[in-house]
Design a protein around this ligand. Structure first.
Ligand code: S3P
Length: 173
């Protein structure tokens, strides 16, 4: 595994990016850089409030800026928000900085993981499972662009992290 390449976790909400990112960073003794947390630190408010008060385009602009910044770092684990890959310029910057690993899960698993979360502005109240299915379908082509893909439904974050280390190691990346 090349030490200076970042490992970038992408994927839909609730696929485990944050918990797998933490486990991966711990196992590899790398720093963890979470794009959404950086945005919240910069703005001194929660993502949900940014969406509510300023709207999604404002959030996407911030997200793109923060991605540019974090991509200057090397040898870290980067976790991104579920919509980060919608902007091809984000994907290009992330890919240039490292290797893109997409975490996936079935809509039902995602629903179980996020149904009580109040942090997800893109899943308002109502039929959340239907909203998840629709968004997942629309985003599938973007997640397909990742270098590797891993299903997290039946695995703990530690198991998924170990799997990622396994295939990155054997791929010589
Ligand atoms: C979003 C996912 C969220 C956060 C924002 C937008 C998305 O991150 O970036 O609410 O567009 O899917 P998580 O994937 O960590 O929930």
């Amino acid at each position: 595994m090349l030490e200076d390449r970042n490992i970038v976790l992408v994927g839909f909400m609730g696929t485990g990016k944050t918990s797998v990112g933490k486990a991966l960073a711990k196992k590899l003794k790398r720093c963890l850089v979470d794009v959404d947390r950086r945005i919240e630190e910069k703005e001194k408010r929660m993502i949900r409030e940014i969406f509510e008060k300023e709207g999604e385009p404002y959030f996407r602009k911030l997200e793109a800026e923060v991605i540019r910044e974090v991509c200057r770092q090397r040898g870290v684990v980067i976790t991104t928000g579920g919509g980060a890959v919608l902007d091809p310029a984000n994907v290009a910057a992330l890919r240039e900085s490292g290797i893109l690993v997409c975490l996936s899960a079935r809509p039902e698993t995602i629903f179980k993981r996020v149904k009580n979360s109040e942090k997800r502005p893109l899943l308002p109240t109502g039929d959340k499972l239907a909203q998840i299915k629709k968004l997942l379908d629309a985003r599938e082509p973007f997640y397909e662009m990742a270098d590797h893909r891993i299903q997290t439904d039946e695995q703990s974050p530690e198991e998924t992290a170990a799997c990622i280390i396994g295939f990155l190691g054997s791929a010589g990346t």
